[in-house]
Write a protein that binds this ligand. Structure first.
Ligand code: ZN
Length: 302
């Protein structure tokens, strides 16, 4: 079984009686084109969006309350929640989650509608009648997903844990224009924005194969080789706590966040190389218990 460094709990999660409030049934099927409510010109805003894997629950909050509209779309299965009359500012934010819930994303679908999407595995069958959007208090909404979806994720065993606690992903894996060089190239890891000095933990048991300064742009790094031959890399660190050849265990502090090498600000650049050579999207290997979309994403990268 895997374990985690931290399990953030949203304060709104605390045991509280659900005032019966509104109960909106997310109904309808197979249709993505629906009439959209009349737009209202007000400075409304989607403030938070969280997917909690433990409870298999979506939570979001709005500055001013409006009634969301939920639908289920098949092929591939996804849950769509529209916020009519609410303009989302900024690019679409998407995060990989796991096998059951594959990803969550938030963006603008038309001039007056913000859309939140939960992308599900094809192996999930979903009855829209099992889905309810509930509001406990004005502007705060939750949707409970069927427990079998969370079970798919919680049962997929992985060795790797998140190497940093309570942090926000500022840049994901994939092709992008480099923030410093301006070149289009593959970003081989995930960036977690965090203050300098934030501890970085070994993602799995392993042996330190590199520890210290590198000239390639990664600054101070720690590289670990794991029992199965996979490698994890932790870059731009301020200080390294371990030395080459040292045996470390999962969850052990091995370095602290910094901005050494080619970096625009303090963050952890984290890579997973399952075969010991080729970096893949770490989010495919990490199991996250809670995914918080950074809706005002403007953080440090490299
Ligand atoms: Zn990076």
């Amino acid at each position: 079984m895997f374990s985690f460094l931290s399990q953030q709990r949203n304060p709104s999660d605390s045991p509280r009686k659900l005032n019966i409030a509104r109960l909106l049934l997310a109904a309808l099927t197979l249709s993505s084109s629906m009439a959209i409510a009349t737009p209202k010109a007000q400075a409304n805003r989607l403030e938070t969006f969280v997917y909690d894997l433990n409870d298999s629950k979506i939570q979001f909050s709005l500055k001013n309350d409006i009634e969301p509209k939920g639908i289920v779309i098949n092929n591939p299965t996804r849950i769509v929640i529209d916020l009519p009359g609410l303009v989302y500012q900024g690019p679409t934010v998407r995060r990989r989650v796991g096998r059951g819930v594959q990803a969550v994303r938030v963006g603008q679908v038309d001039a007056n509608t913000t859309r939140m999407v939960v992308e599900l595995s094809p192996e999930v069958t979903l009855n829209p009648r099992d889905l309810r959007l509930k509001s406990q208090k004005p502007g705060e909404w939750t949707m409970q997903l069927p427990q079998n979806i969370a079970a798919i994720d919680l049962n997929s065993v992985t060795n790797f844990i998140l190497p940093i606690a309570g942090s926000v992903i500022s840049s994901g894996f994939g092709w992008r224009v480099h923030p410093i060089t301006g070149e289009r190239r593959l970003h081989k890891g995930v960036d977690f924005a965090a203050p300098t000095g934030t501890p970085i933990f070994a993602s799995a048991d392993g042996v330190v194969t590199e520890a210290g300064w590198t000239d390639g742009g990664y600054g101070n790094i720690v590289e670990l080789r794991h029992e199965d031959g996979s490698v994890t890399l932790y870059a731009h660190t301020n200080r390294v706590y371990v030395s080459k050849g040292q045996v470390v265990s999962r969850g052990q502090a091995i370095a602290e966040v910094g901005s050494t090498g080619r970096s625009t600000g303090p963050h952890l650049h984290f890579e997973i190389q399952p075969d010991g050579r080729t970096a893949v999207d770490p989010m495919d290997y990490l199991q996250m218990r809670q995914v918080t979309l950074d809706l005002a994403s403007n953080s440090f990268k490299d």
